[in-house]
Design a protein around this ligand. Structure first.
Ligand code: UD1
Length: 437
């Protein structure tokens, strides 16, 4: 399995361009299953999860063409299978996003039930309860969820109240309801920017969705959807990760092709702890991590709160801040896997239930560490950039799931980071563990 070797202490300078949002590209690719016409998506990031999603689409009969590296033309005119098999769901939980579109368009769908993952138990009960409210019959058979539309083959609109904010749950229901008979209202819907992006694509395809990005989404079902062309929004988590890279190395970076308004809470928090962030224009940020950083508490929350996908990176930054910072994780259980690795590098972190208290500033020293999930891996890269000496990060396949060539982007601004490729046989077992991010 590939490793990263990082020699810390280098200051960074230059420009980094942000890729398209993986978490928007994944549902948008699934949305192509809702129509027999071609859906063209631009700004698709070149990351492993996208390759997995593409494989899922192709396995069930869709055709995916890539006339350019970041453009996917997806045609689901001849779907032969109506299921996402265990092999794919176990490597990537977001493959459950096939369920809503298949059920809505073909009246049936089977998806292997995702099991536990690196950051805790992650059920899909809220997706399933929603489908049932749209009239589907949902059964569990041999580890698979088997869903069927009512006899006439069409779901029917309904009021769906989510008990808890769920991003992919909201997306799955929004896609399913687009082809249902009548009106659906989703209450307590998740408000992440990726949901609004998916709704924009669906509306271009002919859906009638209002309120995406707010807690109440209204969907007037239509009989059929058509082709469309859409550009995926920039990745706000990649943006945040590079802002922290500048801050932690006390460097200056220009981060371009991003959408600062999608990272407003994070930017406000980082300014509060002492990072200078200027918005040069609507898509460019200038970050200067010159002065001293002050420890400050944070609690993760669904959007527009502080994102759980930035928790590990923020915690790493706090190891370099003066004073104490309590980092509370409320979205996922067991999302502190990076702390033990950070501790091995010299960080002082104490965990009590859902709160990790970081005592800064600590001198980090390079060490061999293990990446456990996508965002945890990013936090170890950040730690490596500031640590004294050499850090070797093992199992970087986790980071490849969601960051497009992170080492190349960091090298281009002066970081001393290199990928050490490993044997082909090891890469066969690479994506066996799903995680969030
Ligand atoms: C998405 C993101 C992931 C991010 C997460 C939270 C994608 C592909 N992934 O994951 O990067 O970390 O949002 O911002 O977009 N839950 C239930 N029952 C359900 C569904 C969820 O109990 O049916 C719980 C989860 O266990 C978790 C919480 O709700 O505790 C939020 O999960 P959810 O928003 O669904 O996360 P994902 O959509 O899987």
């Amino acid at each position: 399995m590939d490793k990263f070797r990082i020699t810390g202490g280098r200051s960074l300078k230059g420009r980094i361009s942000i890729s398209g949002a993986k978490n928007s590209a994944l549902p948008c690719m699934a949305a192509a299953l809702l129509t027999a016409e071609t859906v063209t998506l631009h700004n698709i990031p070149y990351v492993r999860d996208i390759i997995t999603q593409r494989r899922l689409l192709e396995d069930i009969g869709a055709t995916v063409l890539t006339p350019e590296l970041r453009t996917h033309k997806i045609s689901a005119s001849h779907i032969e299978l109506f299921e996402a098999p265990y092999e794919l769901v176990k490597t990537m939980r977001a493959s459950v996003l096939a369920l809503g579109p298949l059920l809505a368009r073909f009246g049936k769908a089977k998806v292997s039930l995702p099991g536990g993952c690196a950051i805790g138990t992650r059920p899909i009960d809220l997706h399933l309860a929603g489908f049932q409210q749209l009239g589907a019959e949902v059964k569990l058979e041999a580890g698979n969820v088997v869903a069927r539309a009512p006899k006439d083959g069409r779901l029917r609109g309904a009021d769906v109240h989510f008990e808890k904010s769920t991003v992919t749950g909201t997306e799955n229901l929004m896609m399913a309801a687009s082809l249902a008979r009548g009106r659906t209202t989703l209450y307590n819907a998740a408000r992440e920017p990726e949901i609004a992006d998916l709704a924009e694509l669906l509306n271009k395809m002919g859906a009638r969705i209002r309120g995406a990005g707010t807690p109440t989404i209204q969907i007037e079902g239509v009989e059929a959807l058509g082709g469309a062309e859409h550009t995926i929004i920039p990745d706000r988590i990649e943006t945040g990760t590079f802002i922290v890279a500048a801050a932690i190395t006390k460097s200056e970076l220009e981060i371009k092709d991003c959408r600062p308004e999608h990272s407003a809470t994070l930017i406000a928090k980082l300014r509060e702890v002492g990072v200078e962030i200027k918005e040069l224009n609507q898509s460019t940020l200038h970050v200067a991590g010159a002065g001293k950083l002050a420890g400050s508490d944070v609690t993760t929350e669904p959007h527009p709160g502080f994102p759980t996908d930035m928790q590990a990176q923020y915690m790493t930054l706090m190891t370099q801040a003066e004073g104490r910072a309590a980092v509370t994780e409320t979205v996922f259980e067991n999302r502190f896997m990076h702390t033990s690795e950070l501790q091995r590098m010299g960080a002082r972190i104490h965990i009590d239930g859902r709160t990790a208290t970081v005592e800064g500033a600590a001198r980090l020293t390079g060490a061999p560490v293990l990446a456990s999930d996508l965002r945890a891996s990013a936090s170890l890269v950040l730690a490596g950039l500031v640590a004294e000496g050499e850090t070797m990060i093992h199992r970087v396949y986790h980071i490849d799931r969601g960051y497009e060539r992170i080492e190349a982007k960091l090298q281009s601004v002066g970081a001393d980071i290199e990928r050490i490729r490993d044997s082909v046989t090891a890469s066969l077992s690479q994506t066996a563990e799903p995680d969030a991010g």
